[in-house]
Design a protein around this ligand. Structure first.
Ligand SMILES: C[S@@+](CC[C@H](N)C(=O)[O-])C[C@H]1O[C@@H](n2cnc3c(N)ncnc32)[C@H](O)[C@@H]1O
Length: 419
């Protein structure tokens, strides 16, 4: 049984209570997977695609929601439903009624009772057809890192896109090496639950028993070196976040790494959901999904710099005291566009102009903005006559900014500089 009391029994009769941050994580996974399918299948000319989705620490399939006593599905069931919804949207919204999506699900857990419980709840949710077809779905009993090589081989052979949800209880069950191997597949990505409290515990007693895991599993030698008493001040949390994301960038070779903070109260991060991807499009889709689940107020001091996007747990009884909770989207939008100023203007002003797609590519990991915010920023700056947008060699006033548009400093601004 896990230390926090989250466990399942083989007949599915025990439902652990779902915590608010777990619900936020589930919603993010769901939102992302659905949009990932729409993007992968909807934006190409083909009519067929194969994807592999691995839930490496799948759990027992069902929780109880203490807010209302109702059942709350775990990650495997949510993933299957999100793919089904995504495919429906591809057929309907993208006018591809015959689209053939072959999705293969691989659910792994080291606890046999948890897998048995998952089976019970998949059947209870009408998903028996998945259980009867190993081409569609495999439930694998064992430790994730011991099963990974076989899965990588299968994914390599089929050359398909793959998504790995890695949601362990602890910090030693997934190594940097595992993540490197996954990212090496190329069309692959990971959403990893990283418990930052492990790092904080390590920093409190650097030479203690966590040292081996810190050096060999996390390969964190040379990181988190500042010597200080860690008591979760905003500046310290910002330092830990930046070190963590840079560590993952360096060790996994992923081109795009972005974190979503899960706070278990108003101000302390419990864990990060770290998205690692080899494609900018995947990161773009993930950031949009994070935006939907974010409930941090960027105008609030610290939120943008310290946590970036994230979710703070609000317990049912606290809800009424936080009327602004779901009210932050509008103010965040403008705060986010203003923040883009710091990241984009130096790039725009530094040369002969820069392609819109390069602006995004070079800054996507630095700020919470989605592609819509980038376009909105360009439109606002053009209206303010700070920049010009050049399309096919001519100045354009089109509000639909295209990836190939060149963004440059407005002519009159350039002249002003030289007079
Ligand atoms: C946090 S729970 C997963 C919850 C699930 N992702 C969800 O959101 O519904 C972690 C699961 O990982 C399993 N586990 C622990 N160590 C493991 C390992 N080395 N390999 C695979 N599974 C493991 C546990 O038995 C537990 O079911």
């Amino acid at each position: 049984m896990a230390k926090n009391g989250t466990f399942w029994v083989a007949d599915g009769s025990h439902l652990p209570d779902v915590e608010p941050h777990t619900k936020a994580k589930h919603r993010l996974v769901e939102e992302y997977i659905q949009n990932w399918i729409v993007t992968l299948c909807g934006n190409n000319i083909g009519k067929r695609k194969k994807v592999v989705i691995v839930d490496g620490f799948c759990g027992g399939g069902m929780y109880r929601d203490p807010d209302n006593g109702e059942m709350w599905s775990g990650s495997p069931i949510r993933i299957i439903r999100a793919v089904e919804k995504g495919l429906e949207r591809v057929k309907r919204e993208k006018s591809k009624p015959d689209y053939d999506l072959q999705a293969k699900y691989i659910f792994i857990d080291s606890d046999k009772n948890h897998l048995d419980s998952l089976k019970v709840h998949m059947i209870g949710n009408g998903l028996d057809s998945y259980l009867n077809d190993p081409e569609k779905c495999e439930l694998i009993h064992g430790e994730f890192d011991r099963k990974l090589d076989g899965i990588l081989l299968e994914a390599k052979k089929s050359k398909c896109s793959s998504f790995f949800l890695l949601d362990p209880f602890g910090y030693t069950d997934v190594s940097m090496r595992n993540m490197r191997d996954i990212i090496d597949l190329k069309k692959s990505e990971i959403l990893y639950t990283f418990m930052i409290e492990f790092v904080i515990r390590f920093l409190k007693e650097r030479d203690g028993k966590l040292k081996k895991a810190f050096e060999t599993v996390l390969e964190a030698g040379g990181y988190y070196e500042v010597e200080t008493q860690f008591d979760n001040t905003p500046a310290q949390q910002e330092y830990l976040k930046n070190q963590t994301l840079n560590l993952f960038r360096k060790r996994t070779n992923a081109d795009f790494v972005y974190g979503f903070s899960l706070l278990h109260n108003q101000s302390i991060v419990k864990y990060y959901l770290i998205h690692l991807a080899s494609s900018v499009v995947a990161q773009r889709v993930m950031k949009s999904a994070m935006w939907v689940q974010n409930n941090l107020d960027f105008l609030c001091q610290h939120h943008d710099n310290v946590y970036g996007m994230g979710h703070k747990s609000i317990y049912y009884y606290e809800d009424k005291n936080f009327p602004r909770l779901f009210d932050v989207k509008q103010t965040n939008t403008q705060a986010c566009i203003e923040k883009l100023d710091e990241d984009l203007m130096p790039l725009i002003y530094s040369g002969e102009g820069i392609q819109f797609s390069d602006l995004e590519l070079q800054t996507i990991q630095r700020n919470p903005a989605t592609i819509k915010h980038y376009a909105e920023f360009v439109n606002q700056q053009r209206e303010a006559k700070e920049i010009e947008v050049i399309r096919d060699g001519k100045n354009t006033t089109s509000k639909q900014v295209k990836p190939t548009d060149i963004i440059l400093r407005a002519k009159y601004k350039q002249t002003k500089l030289f007079t």
